[in-house]
Design a protein around this ligand. Structure first.
Ligand code: ATP
Ligand code: MG
Length: 182
């Protein structure tokens, strides 16, 4: 089979107003790929959830998306220069003690959306990444949490980042995507 349908790379700085449009274009490309269906669903789910988070929470003026699918692995890196995770909780009178605690709240499903019991985007991406024995890194402010199947490591960065960066790296392989999502 031609390599054309097995790999795909995308890297762009994107204005938040254009994020939806770009995600739709990227989605069309990913749908064409001849890679395992569950992995394809998971890539599409992840970029859509992460882009929705930027639209719904970040208040950013600039974002970037990097996507690399090749040789049995995929990597997603999505960034924004918005208010950061901790500030979304502070705006709801929830007081995380620092950026790491705020990222922990977000990864464990505490949503700042109104009338919602639980946030599912980051929680589910981490759950599936752990199942696939991959790696997820969420950074915001000075906080960084690195999750793998058996470990969750938190670090305080020397340099504060503005907004949020989410990195996901996984093997492309078969699994029951909808079962894991439920
Ligand atoms: N890019 C971001 N910038 C600022 N805060 C964010 C960002 N992404 C997530 N958050 C914070 O993390 C919380 C959890 O995010 P998550 O995607 O898991 O759930 P949600 O967006 O609230 O709900 P759902 O994704 O289930 O519709 C959000 O409610 C928000 O407070
Ligand atoms: Mg979300």
């Amino acid at each position: 089979m031609s390599d054309k349908f097995l790999k795909y790379s995308f890297q762009k700085k994107i204005h938040p107003d254009k994020l939806c449009e770009i995600i739709n274009q990227v989605t069309d490309k990913i749908i064409e790929l001849k890679i395992n269906n569950a992995s394809k669903e998971f890539i599409l789910y992840s970029i859509n959830e992460l882009a929705s988070n930027i639209n719904e929470h970040a208040k950013s003026t600039s974002t970037s998306l990097k996507l690399h699918i090749d040789k049995g692995f995929f990597t997603i890196l999505i960034t924004d220069n918005g208010i950061g995770i901790k500030n979304t909780y502070l705006a709801k009178s929830i007081i995380p003690k620092d950026d790491i605690a705020a990222i922990e709240y977000a990864l464990s499903g505490l949503s700042t959306k109104n009338q919602k019991e639980r946030g599912y985007g980051l929680y589910s991406i981490r759950k599936i990444t752990n199942h696939l024995e991959g790696k997820m890194i969420v950074e915001s402010g000075k906080g960084r949490i690195i999750s793998t199947k058996n470990t969750s490591t938190s670090e305080t960065a020397k340099k504060r980042i503005k907004g949020v960066r989410v990195f996901v790296n996984n093997k492309i392989r078969n699994f029951d995507f909808y079962k894991l999502l439920s």
